[in-house]
Design a protein around this ligand. Structure first.
Ligand code: GLU
Length: 295
């Protein structure tokens, strides 16, 4: 018997209305929490200010309730690990960033690349981070997290005799060639090779926003989540996050990845955002019972 009580989480991002693809994965999370007699937590992953909107948060909570979700801790109900909005948890992420820097696990990067802009959101199929060529890896900038807090400008760097940069992001230096393996509770043994299947990834953006990989992992640890249920398109992200747990001296939770749900034509449900938003399905007269059983 595992003496630790199961704690699962729903971690939606309010970048639009929830769609059936999310709900199906979340439903697995709720079923697993129930089967284990555990708790389910709702965390609002609203880091990407450009894409997350307050009206989507209210809609998200309403849609989740309508579908039949029940959580014991969350932004609406509070709980022992509050706040449950990521936008209010920056101090946790900063502390983790400082630990990673002190342990020399990360380095500042002045490259401006698409993956940096996208890194506040979870990389779902087709938009995963490219393998970083390592341009800034060996540059040896000696900057404190504090000096990069609000981004570092060229003249400040020039004054401190460092290489000029515009604004700085922070990347995690992956152990090239090492196989990161974990036993997925659904798919079994998973293996990803650092430097080949994924490269040095962004943990902090130049606009002073933590990346999804860091924020998600820091919160799962801080909220004492025992099992993360998420879509199979995040398998590689799980490997990245396992490296972060290790660097921070923390035990990773268990992972259960759900197969991506495809429609009749083989397209990912998540791609057909509008037609399959819970709102529209509800307006079209579909019931939660029906939606849980059918595509
Ligand atoms: N907020 C992320 C998403 O909606 C969470 C992914 C995860 O479960 O880690 O994609």
């Amino acid at each position: 018997m595992n003496p630790i009580k199961y704690r699962g989480r729903l971690a939606p991002s309010p970048t639009g209305f929830l769609h059936l693809g999310h709900a199906k994965t979340f439903w697995v999370a709720q079923q697993r929490a129930r089967a284990a007699g555990g708790e389910l937590i709702l965390r609002n992953e609203d880091l990407d200010a450009a894409r997350c909107q307050p009206e989507f948060v209210a809609a998200m909570i309403e849609d989740l309730r309508w579908f039949g979700f029940k959580w014991s801790e969350g932004p609406d109900s509070g709980g022992p690990f509050a706040p449950y909005n990521q936008s209010e948890r920056f101090s946790f992420y900063r502390t983790a960033l400082e630990k990673l820097r002190a342990g020399n696990f990360i380095y500042p990067c002045s490259c401006s690349r698409k993956d940096i802009q996208q890194s506040a959101s979870a990389p779902h199929a087709g938009d995963d981070e490219l393998i970083y060529p390592g341009t800034c890896r060996e540059r040896g900038y000696k900057l404190s997290v504090e000096s990069c807090k609000l981004g570092v400008r060229e003249n400040e760097l020039a004054a401190s005799n460092q290489q000029p940069a515009t604004k700085i992001s922070w990347r995690f230096r992956v152990p090239d060639g090492e196989t990161i393996s974990f036993g997925d509770k659904n798919f079994g043994e998973q293996r990803f090779v650092a430097g080949k299947d994924f490269g040095d990834f962004v943990v902090w953006r130049p606009d002073d926003v933590p990346a999804y990989q860091l924020a998600c992992m820091v919160d799962d640890a801080a909220m004492q989540i025992t099992e993360v249920v998420r879509g199979a398109d995040l398998l590689v992200s799980t490997a990245r996050q396992i490296l972060l747990y290790r660097a921070l001296g923390l035990m990773p939770p268990d992972f259960y990845h759900c197969a991506l749900i495809l429609d009749e034509s083989g397209q990912r449900l998540a791609k057909r955002h509008d037609a399959l938003s819970l709102r529209q399905l509800r307006a079209a007269g579909k019931t939660p019972d029906f939606l849980r059983e059918n595509k």
